[in-house]
Design a protein around this ligand. Structure first.
Ligand SMILES: O=C(CO)COP(=O)(O)O
Length: 255
């Protein structure tokens, strides 16, 4: 599977209901249809219950649709689970793995993340690996290396992956991580990812919204570090507001 060169996306987490999801999808379709690029370079990671509807509405515009989770288990007697074959068959091309909210609220471990990455990649779904240090001031590389290893130990070197740098301390925060910090970590991440043989994209997430990508890109240029500029941003709250998501998409496309 190929990945778009630029990737600007949203995980609406568990903010949506049946009604608000329909309005959100309608507003995205409407906004994207007004742009020449339509859904090119846009991705969404939806709750599994909204996957089929999201694919139906957004995939025709070229939006890459994925999920926020994937079962670590195969097809079989695992009540409540959404196996990777099922998700892939419904049109999922991405699956988020390793989000700190999965650790905090659901007790997921690096072993579980590895098993989920294996299941996703085995079904042709690109893992969106969420990595980042838990506290402000912690050494990002010391944390990120084992996070990457947990997944890369389980998937082929040529499997496509998206790496979302999301420092835990910047998720659900008042502001995103400082742009210069993001540039430094993303530049190092690209070095750590250099031996991947398949497509790799690096995005930034954590209180991102309109203005975040432009600020990071400006910091990367000012530092003379183009490799520190991510391939896009990954929104949570700010993207649940369709206007905020569309504004961010326009900004990334024009930066
Ligand atoms: O966790 C996130 C995306 O996965 C980001 O969430 P917020 O943008 O709401 O901080």
């Amino acid at each position: 599977m190929s990945l778009p060169a630029t990737m600007v996306g949203c995980s609406p987490k568990s903010y949506l209901t049946a009604d608000t999801a329909e309005r959100w999808l309608d507003a995205l379709v409407d906004g994207l249809k007004r742009t020449p690029e339509q859904g090119e370079g846009v991705f969404v990671c939806l709750p599994a219950a909204l996957l089929a509807r999201g694919v139906e509405m957004l995939a025709p515009l070229g939006v890459v649709v994925g999920t926020q989770d994937v079962s670590a288990h195969p097809v079989g007697a695992f009540t409540g689970e959404d196996n990777a074959e099922l998700l892939a068959g419904l049109g999922a091309r991405l699956a988020m793995i390793g989000h700190p909210e999965r650790v905090r609220y659901f007790g997921e471990t690096p072993e579980v993340f590895g098993a989920k990455a294996r299941a996703a990649a085995g079904a042709g779904i690109a893992p969106v690996l969420i990595v980042g240090e838990p506290e402000r001031g912690a050494d990002p590389e010391r944390i990120i290396r084992p996070q990457l290893d947990a997944a890369f130990g389980e998937i082929a070197a040529d499997a496509p992956v998206v790496v979302a740098y999301e420092p835990t301390w910047a998720i659900g925060a008042a502001e995103p991580a400082p742009p210069a910090h993001v540039v430094g970590v993303v530049a190092r991440l690209r070095e750590l990812l250099a031996d991947r043989r398949g497509p790799v994209r690096v995005v930034y997430g954590g209180s991102a919204g309109p203005g975040t990508y432009a600020a990071i890109a400006a910091a990367g240029r000012a530092a003379g570090a183009p490799s520190g500029i991510p391939d896009g941003v990954f929104l949570g709250r700010a993207g649940v507001d369709a206007a905020g998501f569309l504004a961010t998409i326009a900004e990334v496309r024009s930066t």
